[in-house]
Design a protein around this ligand. Structure first.
Ligand code: G6P
Length: 592
């Protein structure tokens, strides 16, 4: 969840740390901090709030080439200065930043207090610093101290650490939380994802669980259980470089409007003009499978529901599980072959990773669908498919959702070798562009509902799955309480919540449910709720609010969801919210 950066022998250290933290602050923005060695002293600056505040605090030049930085999504301890990272150890031997959650930190803290250690924060991070500090008091060996600490500490951690005023080495350790090394020219880097390093590092090293070591200006040493580990270099997509707003006021708006281009890029990556380009071995695994089980969280879970529908259309049994549930109540099909599909924009969602570990142990094949090359879920799966959507910066996912749905559409069509689906997906882009051209109309609706306290979304069939995603978007960034229901469920409870003026959004993209959903609209209107209907032309009636051209029923979610994405965006804008960084949320949820 938190973001980590670090560098050794970095000529533009201040700029690297601050720009790096800005590129990572989608991972958390409760506080920010840096530490660096200047004139043989460790300087530390920490602020509660955004990286911009840290930038003000660091207005002067920094005479240092080694440093670490952190953006925090608070888990242990409120966002107060004392709880910001970096944290120093009791003897000031170590200064570190951390991402993850230490499960036995209270127990460890109690032990350390008994041994005379005092604490200045409520964080589990300070406990890590002090466990390593205590080991160092005995061993006087940094690497051995980290190794020993890893044996004592339970939980997830990615740390970057400065040792006393050693200007030559930056130490690290990794378990469950993501951390990778970037190799530059006479400078080496550490970060919790590739984004902050993409402009300065020409290759990367992905760290595995329980590895630790150090980077120096021209060397990398990685160990596990005191044994030195060999490593491989990897690369990242150049599209990570496209992180400018390009004139847009917010990333969310930019990312919604990139959707048609994402669709075309997906087609180019998975279809060569004659046949699909998915791995033959993977397609065979799906053809041979009796059951396909999806595991995902949040928006990716909603995309998976549509994936289930696509698999059922090609006569495959499919399940969709919420990762944080399945991880505690794992279920494997007792008969036949079951392939698991992990859907995750970031590829780093801790709950999905926990499930992946159980599935691998059980021996099933896995496919990861992700936007993040080199992410943990991408590396650990039997097969992986990238979304090629370009980096998504706004916390509320938009283009990645559309890319997930489109990829699942392509995949299921590839399994049954139906290339006519490509034409349909290409034509669908015309309607997606039409939605973009209608954004002013959607903005008018947003302005009407901006002061609502509650909102409801209704749909049936695929439209219901889109309603779930539309409702999530609205609540994430507008803070309006919102729920989604299958139309038929309305009268089994939710109707009790509809009052005069309560906005109820309804989607109709399939003739077979038009009459039924219109019946639900009437029920809402009879209670003086306000219905806003988003429909396709063939289902349109006088008074519908947004009418888009007809499209293939299976692809309708791609267009309808964009209406809901715009609705959330403009409503949040009207409420003056911080659209790209909604309160209490983070984009990459690397804690369970
Ligand atoms: C967080 C984000 C959501 C995202 C979910 C799953 O909650 O705020 O936008 O849908 O995590 O993330 P993933 O990276 O696994 O798709």
């Amino acid at each position: 969840m938190c973001g980590i950066v670090g560098a050794v022998n970095c000529k533009n250290l201040k700029s690297f740390l601050l720009k790096g933290l800005k590129s990572l602050d989608y991972r958390g923005y409760d506080s920010a901090g840096v530490a660096y060695i200047e004139n043989d002293v460790i300087n530390m600056h920490r602020v509660v709030g955004r990286v911009e505040l840290l930038e003000n605090e660091l207005s002067g030049p920094i005479n240092s080439r080694i440093g670490i930085g952190h953006t925090r999504w608070a888990t242990h301890g409120e966002p107060l200065i004392k709880n910001c990272h970096p944290q120093k150890s009791f003897h000031e031997t170590f200064t570190l930043v951390h991402n993850g959650v230490i499960e036995n930190y209270l127990e460890l803290k109690r032990d350390l207090i008994k041994k005379g250690y005092a604490f200045t924060s409520d964080t589990d991070t300070e406990v890590i610093a002090n466990v390593i500090d205590k080991e160092y008091e005995n061993t006087h060996d940094v690497l051995l101290s980290i190794n020993n600490a890893l044996k004592i500490i339970d939980g997830s951690l990615a740390i970057a650490m400065i040792f006393k005023n050693d200007k030559e080495h930056l130490y690290f350790a990794k378990r469950k939380s993501p951390l990778l090394i970037g190799i530059g020219t006479d400078t080496n880097y550490l970060a919790s994802d590739a984004l902050p390093m993409i402009k300065v590092a020409h290759k990367f090293i992905d760290l595995s669980d329980d590895q630790y070591g150090y980077i120096s200006k021209d060397d990398v040493k990685i160990f596990k259980d005191q044994k030195e580990c060999a490593y491989k270099y990897t690369t990242r997509n150049a599209e990570l470089l496209n992180i400018d707003l390009n004139g847009y006021p917010h990333y969310m708006l930019k990312e919604i409007e990139e959707i048609p281009a994402c669709m075309s890029r997906l087609i180019d990556n998975y279809y060569d003009g004659k046949e699909f380009k998915f791995s033959k071995e993977m397609l065979k695994a799906f053809k041979d499978a009796d059951t396909i089980s999806f595991i995902a969280c949040g928006t990716s879970y909603h995309a998976s529901l549509i994936g289930k529908y696509y698999f059922e259309k090609i006569n495959k049994r499919a399940n969709v599980y919420i990762a944080s549930e399945w991880a505690y109540f794992p279920k494997f099909e007792s008969k036949g072959k079951e392939v698991f599909v992990m859907v995750s924009q970031s590829g780093e969602t801790a709950d999905v990773i926990s499930c992946m570990k159980l599935i691998k142990k059980h021996g099933n094949d896995t496919l990861t669908i992700t936007n993040t090359k080199g992410s943990t879920l991408e590396r650990d799966a039997t097969y992986s498919c990238l979304l090629y959507a370009g980096v998504e910066i706004a916390v509320a996912s938009t283009k990645a959702y559309n890319a997930q749905v489109a990829l699942l559409y392509l995949l299921t069509n590839a399994i049954v070798e139906n290339t006519s689906s490509i034409g349909l997906l290409k034509n669908n882009n015309i309607v997606l562009k039409q939605v973009i051209s209608m954004k002013k109309d959607i903005k008018k609706i947003a302005n009407k509902i901006k002061d609502s306290s509650h909102a409801f979304f209704l749909g049936r069939g695929l439209d219901y799955y889109v309603a779930l995603e539309g409702s999530l978007k609205l609540k994430e960034i507008t803070y309006i309480h919102s729920e989604a229901f299958p139309g038929g469920e309305l009268k089994h409870g939710p109707l009790a919540l509809v009052e005069k003026g309560t906005p109820v959004f309804g989607f109709i993209t399939n003739k077979c449910i038009e009459a039924a959903i219109r019946g639900n609209f009437s029920e809402v209107k009879a209670r003086k709720g306000t219905v806003y209907s988003f429909v396709t032309k063939e289902n349109a009636k006088k008074g519908d609010d947004i009418v888009i051209d007809d499209l293939d029923v299976d692809l309708a979610p791609l267009a309808i969801v964009m209406i809901a994405q715009y609705l959330a965006y403009y409503t949040a804008l009207a409420r003056n919210n911080d659209i790209d960084k909604p309160r209490n949320l983070a984009k990459s949820v690397t804690v369970e």
